[in-house]
Design a protein around this ligand. Structure first.
Ligand code: PLP
Length: 404
C-alpha cells in the first residue's frame, strides 16, 4: 500500500525513548510530528536566506519573499482557492477565527443570530461569545446525539432570516466525527447566512476543496498536518475579505500612512500586519507538499484501518466506553474505563512510553454533555502502526489492573 517503514524514517522523533520505552505517539490530534523534509526547510531558511520579506531590494529578501509567496500558492492549490490573495497567512486556527469574529463587530446588530455546534473546540466558541458581548447578537447551538452526530433536523429549525453566521468544525477533535459540512453550508446559504468551517482537525486527513464546498471561510493550523506551530491560514472569499476591516494595524498592512489618514493594503496584506512567521509559512507549504507526496486518499485509507483496529481492540476490554461513534470518523478514539479518572490512565501510559491526551480536549461542552470530567484520547496518524496500538492495549490492561 505505502512504505510505512520509509515514512517512519522521515520522523526523527519516532526513534526516541520515553521513560526507557520506545515512544508511541498517539497525540496527533493535539499536534502532529514533523518530518525531516519540513525541519530541513526551516533550517535552510535560517542558514541561508533569513531576511524580511516584501520590502527589500536585496537578494536575500527577494529569495525569502519568493519562498513565502510560493508557500501561499501551495496552500491555495491544496485547498483549491480561486486566488492566492484569498489565503491569509495567520499564526493558526485561533488567530484566523479571531480575525473574522473581530471583523463582524461593526456588521452585526443586536438580535442577530449566530449558530455553532455542540462539539466545537473552545477556539471556535469563545471568540463568538466575545463578539456577542460586543454586539448583542445571540449564539444558538446545534445539539448532538449520544453517538456524537449533529442533529441536522434541529439545525434546520435554528436557521432563520435572523441568522448571520454559522460556524462548525469539519471534524471534531474530541470525538473524531466528520460533520456534514456540505449540507450545513447549503442550508445556511439558502437563508443568506455565511459559514466558517474550522478545518484544524480535518486538514491532516481530508483535502477540502473550498470552491466545491462554496464555503465562505475555512481555517486551519499547520502544526496539525506535519508543519510547525505558530502558523496557519484563513481562507475567505475575496468579496467577504474585502468587506471586513483589518484585524491589527501595523507595518505590512498599509498602502499609505499619513497622520491625517492611513489607507490599507490590498488582500492578503490587509490582514497580515507585522513581520510574519516567515520560516513557518515556508514550512507550511513544505508540509503540504510532503503529505500530498504520500496522498490524502492513501493516508485516509490507512488511518481508517488503524481506527478500526484500535476500536475493535478497545471494545474487547471490559469496562471501556468509547465516546463518539459517528459512522464517519477520522482516526480519533476517545474513551474511559469504568469510573477510573482519565488522568490516571494517561499517567501510567506515559510511564510506559505511550503519549495520549487526557482531559476535556478544549471541548468542555462535550464533556458536560456526557457528564464526565474528560476522556483518554488516542489519535492516530499515517506514521503510526498496528504494533503501536497493540502496545497501547497491553499498557492499558496493565493500567486497569493497577487502578482497579
Ligand atoms: C487544534 C484545534 C483548534 C485550535 O488550533 P490552534 O492551532 O491551537 O489555533 C481549533 N479547532 C480544532 C477542531 C482543533 O482541533
Amino acid at each position: 500500500m505505502f512504505d510505512l517503514n520509509n515514512i517512519r524514517k522521515d520522523f526523527p522523533i519516532l526513534e526516541r525513548t520515553v521513560n526507557g520505552q520506545p515512544l508511541v505517539y498517539f497525540d496527533n490530534a493535539a499536534t502532529s510530528q514533523t518530518p525531516n523534509q519540513v525541519i530541513d526547510v526551516i533550517a535552510d531558511y535560517y542558514r541561508n536566506y533569513n531576511s524580511n520579506i516584501h520590502r527589500g531590494v536585496h537578494t536575500l529578501s527577494q529569495e525569502a519573499t519568493d519562498a513565502y509567496e510560493g508557500a501561499r500558492k501551495t496552500v491555495q492549490n491544496h485547498f483549491n482557492a480561486a486566488h492566492p490573495h484569498e489565503i491569509i497567512m495567520t499564526s493558526g486556527t485561533t488567530h484566523s477565527i479571531n480575525i473574522i469574529a473581530s471583523g463582524y463587530t461593526q456588521i452585526l446588530r443586536e438580535g442577530d443570530e449566530l449558530i455553532i455546534s455542540a462539539m466545537e473546540h473552545h477556539s471556535n466558541i469563545v471568540p463568538w461569545q466575545m463578539l456577542c458581548e460586543r454586539t448583542g447578537a445571540v449564539l444558538k447551538v446545534i445539539p448532538m446525539s449520544q453517538t456524537g452526530v449533529l442533529e441536522m433536523d434541529v439545525y434546520k429549525t435554528l436557521l432563520s432570516e435572523k441568522t448571520k453566521l454559522v460556524f462548525v468544525n469539519h471534524v471534531s477533535n474530541a470525538l473524531g466525527t466528520v460533520n456534514p459540512i456540505d449540507e450545513i453550508i447549503k442550508e445556511a446559504h439558502a437563508i443568506g447566512a455565511k459559514v466558517l468551517i474550522d478545518g484544524a482537525q480535518a486538514a491532516p486527513h481530508i483535502k477540502a476543496d473550498v470552491q466545491a464546498l462554496d464555503v465562505d471561510f475555512y481555517v486551519t493550523s499547520a502544526h496539525k498536518l506535519c508543519g510547525p506551530t505558530g502558523v496557519g491560514m484563513l481562507y475567505g472569499k475575496e468579496s467577504l475579505l474585502n468587506m471586513l476591516p483589518p484585524y491589527q494595524g501595523g507595518g505590512e498592512m498599509i498602502a499609505e500612512v499619513r497622520f491625517e489618514k492611513t489607507t490599507y493594503a490590498d488582500l492578503p496584506h490587509k490582514f497580515e500586519a507585522g513581520t510574519p512567521n516567515i520560516a513557518g509559512g515556508i514550512a507550511f507549504g513544505a508540509a503540504l507538499d510532503y503529505m500530498n507526496g504520500i496522498g490524502f486518499d492513501t493516508i485516509a485509507a490507512y488511518e481508517q484501518e488503524l481506527l478500526d483496529y484500535a476500536t475493535e481492540q478497545l471494545k474487547a476490554i471490559d469496562g471501556v466506553r468509547i465516546y463518539g461513534e459517528a459512522p464517519q470518523k477520522t482516526a480519533v478514539v476517545s474513551f474511559n474505563v469504568n469510573e477510573i479518572h482519565p488522568y490516571d490512565i494517561g499517567s501510567i501510559l506515559d510511564k510506559l512510553g505511550i503519549a495520549v491526551r487526557t482531559g476535556h480536549h478544549c471541548a468542555q461542552p462535550i464533556m458536560d454533555f456526557y457528564k464526565i470530567p474528560g476522556t483518554v484520547r488516542a489519535s492516530f496518524s499515517f506514521y503510526n502502526t498496528k504494533e503501536e496500538i497493540d502496545m497501547m492495549i497491553k499498557a492499558l490492561k496493565r493500567a486497569i489492573q493497577m487502578l482497579e
